[in-house]
Design a protein around this ligand. Structure first.
Ligand code: C2E
Ligand code: MG
Ligand code: MG
Ligand code: MG
Length: 287
């Protein structure tokens, strides 16, 4: 009967909800010992300048191989760490580890490469963030010019006045900032104009759909044009095909990041692929 079906559906829904909250609790618990067990690593994904095809930076992306749960994607555990407050300690580890890596690359004699790290809202609200970053940079004798901070639209728009203050503090310290996943949040254009950010990262959902969907193409084109007018630069995320690469180049985008030109990889693989012969890669992939 319909009633019976309804009850089954309800039972299934309840089961799914329970399974979901069990998983969240498991992850939250496993995260508690992840730092002391040394379960995190950073992978690095290259970013290229479209005008000269050179490697300009790498984005550091967090990877977690949990002793109890195995590999878990940041798309799953970052929101949980944000809700539980664990993201602040995890984020400090990311800051320390990325700066340590910049120092190590310098010591190995590689060309100086900027590293971009992702910051969560909760980290941004910590008054200690800026001093923590500068202390860590100083301890490793790394220039602030080599660290870029990727902020979310939420950081920028929730409290634009104090966000502007914090971003200005970063800039005075020599740290560049960008807005990640731009276009997916609730940015108000009037605040965007006041925010002293350097770069907009065009969200990959627009890049993915722009070839087959005129509206998405219009959005990408508008974001790039807007950034230019506001004196900001742009990077297209999630570029997977040559067609997408050609399109963003034609639209005047400044930089590119995506599987077409390089996946996020551990530091040793990054060195092999992008430091030793990165000019060959451009020639092969970018013509
Ligand atoms: P994000 O910062 O927007 O990073 C880009 C994501 O897109 C990464 O996913 C990257 O692996 C993926 N990606 C790059 N190129 C392509 C492509 O061509 N195609 C497709 N389909 N995907 C591509 P990942 O590493 O799984 O990270 C997911 C999100 O988790 C990040 O999105 C970021 O919001 C968050 N995250 C990662 N590491 C950290 C971290 O250290 N701290 C914080 N707060 N968040 C982080
Ligand atoms: Mg990012
Ligand atoms: Mg992004
Ligand atoms: Mg994202």
């Amino acid at each position: 009967s319909a009633k019976h079906n309804g009850r089954n559906r309800y039972a299934r829904f309840t089961q799914e909800m329970q399974a979901h909250s069990t998983r969240v609790l498991l992850i939250e618990n496993a995260l508690r010992s992840a730092l002391e067990n040394d379960e995190f690593t950073l992978h690095y994904q290259p970013q290229f300048c479209l005008a000269n095809k050179k490697l300009v930076a790498a984005e550091a992306l967090l990877r977690w191989n949990s002793v109890s749960l195995g590999k878990i994607s940041p798309a799953e555990f970052i929101p949980i760490a944000e809700d539980s407050g664990q993201i602040v300690a995890i984020g400090e580890w990311v800051i320390k580890e990325s700066i340590r890596q910049i120092q190590q690359w310098k010591e190995l004699g590689y060309p100086a490469l900027k590293v971009a790290i992702n910051l969560s809202y909760a980290q941004f609200q910590e008054p200690n963030l800026a001093p923590f970053i500068t202390d860590t940079l100083q301890a490793h004798q790394v220039s602030p010019k080599l660290l870029e901070l990727e902020l979310t639209e939420r950081i920028a728009m929730d409290d634009p006045e104090s966000a502007t203050d914090v971003i200005n503090t970063f800039h005075k310290l020599g740290l560049e900032t960008s807005i990640d996943d731009f276009g997916t949040g609730y940015s108000s254009l009037s605040y965007l104009q006041k925010l002293p950010v350097y770069k907009l990262k065009v969200d990959q959902s627009f890049i993915r759909n722009m070839i087959n969907d005129k509206n998405n193409l219009a959005i990408v084109s508008a974001i790039i044009a807007l950034a230019k007018k506001l004196g900001m630069s742009t990077i297209a995320e999630g570029v997977e095909t040559l067609e997408q690469l050609e399109k963003i180049t034609a639209l005047g985008c400044d930089e590119v990041q995506g599987y077409l030109l390089g996946h996020p990889v551990p530091p040793d693989e990054f060195e092999q692929h992008h430091f030793s012969h990165f000019s060959d890669i451009h020639q092969r992939k970018m013509g």
